[in-house]
Design a protein. Structure first.
Length: 51
């Protein structure tokens, strides 16, 4: 979990990083979350779906 984000409607987050396969092969990935899903307390969460 990260720090609270400003309440910006329909925002998304980018995230990514390296995937290491042994010592000889690396893939880099970059993804985007879905839009915010409201919570009863006024906060929100995002769905992350990877395939």
């Amino acid at each position: 979990m990260t720090a609270p984000a400003p309440d910006v409607p329909n925002h998304v987050h980018e995230y990514g990083g390296p995937l290491h396969f042994g010592d000889v092969h690396v893939h880099h990935f970059s993804c985007v979350t879905g839009p915010p899903i409201p919570l009863p307390d006024g906060g929100h969460y995002h769905i992350i779906e990877q395939r």
